[in-house]
Design a protein around this ligand. Structure first.
Ligand SMILES: Cc1cc2nc3c(=O)[nH]c(=O)nc-3n(C[C@H](O)[C@H](O)[C@H](O)COP(=O)(O)O)c2cc1C
Length: 188
C-alpha cells in the first residue's frame, strides 16, 4: 500500500520493542519502512526480525565518507532494499519535483504532516508514488507496540479507501491531479 513508515530515531524510547515492533507491523500491512541510522537496534537485528519487509536504510551525509561506505555495505549485506539520504525540502514543491523527474523512472515519495487518508490522496494526486508517516506511527508504538503501529497503519489505509471511494477512484491508477484544486492564498 502507498502508506509507508518514516525513519525515526531511538524508537525504544517509545516502546521497548522499538524498531523491531515497527518492522513487524509494517510486514503485517505489506508496506515499506525507513530505518533510521540512529536506530536503537542494529540494522542487522531489524533486518533479521522481518527479512521480507521492504526496508530503506536512512543516513545523513557524514564528513567521514568511509563511514558512509561501511554503513551502506552493511545495509546491503543485511538485505536493505534502498537508501534514504536525508535532505529536507518544503512539501509545497512536490508537483515541481514530480515534473522535474518525469520520464526518468524516478519515483517520488513524500512525508511530513500526513495525518488523514485525504492527505494521502492529495499527495498521490500530486504525483507521489507513496507517502511516509512518522509521528502517528510513534504514537501507535507508544500506545501498544506492534499492535498500536498496525492499528495506525490500518486506520490510514481505511481512510484512504474511503477518500478514494468518495472521489470516484476504484484503484490507485484513478488518482489524478484533477482531484486537487488550488486557491490563491488570499482565498484561504
Ligand atoms: C522524534 C523524531 C525523530 C526523527 N528521527 C529521524 C531520523 O533519525 N532520520 C530522519 O531522516 N528523519 C527523522 N525524523 C523525521 C521523520 O522521518 C519525518 O520526516 C518527520 O517526522 C515528518 O513526518 P511526520 O509529520 O509524519 O512526523 C524524525 C522525526 C521525529 C519527530
Amino acid at each position: 500500500m502507498p502508506i509507508c513508515v518514516s525513519p525515526i530515531c531511538f524508537q525504544a524510547m517509545a516502546h521497548p520493542d522499538g524498531e523491531l515492533a515497527i518492522v513487524r507491523a509494517v510486514a503485517s500491512v505489506d508496506t515499506a519502512v525507513g530505518v533510521s541510522i540512529y536506530s536503537t537496534y542494529s540494522l542487522e537485528d531489524v533486518a533479521r526480525e522481518s527479512p521480507n519487509t521492504v526496508k530503506f536504510m536512512q543516513i545523513q551525509f557524514y564528513k567521514d565518507r568511509q563511514l558512509m561506505v561501511d554503513l551502506l555495505k552493511r545495509a546491503e549485506k543485511a538485505g536493505y532494499n534502498a537508501v534514504i539520504l536525508t535532505v529536507d525540502i518544503p512539501i509545497e514543491v512536490l508537483p515541481e519535483i514530480v515534473e522535474a523527474v518525469r520520464g526518468t523512472g524516478v519515483e517520488v515519495y513524500m512525508d511530513s504532516g500526513v495525518r488523514l487518508g485525504t492527505d494521502v490522496l492529495k499527495a498521490l494526486a500530486l504525483g507521489a508514488r507513496a507517502v511516509f508517516v512518522g509521528r502517528p506511527v510513534i504514537w501507535g508504538l507508544a500506545y501498544k507496540g506492534e499492535q498500536g503501529v498496525t492499528k495506525v497503519l490500518e486506520m490510514l489505509r481505511h481512510e484512504l479507501k474511503v477518500a478514494m471511494a468518495l472521489a470516484g477512484c476504484a484503484s490507485l491508477k484513478d488518482i489524478t491531479p484533477s482531484l486537487v484544486m488550488r486557491h490563491a492564498a488570499s482565498h484561504l
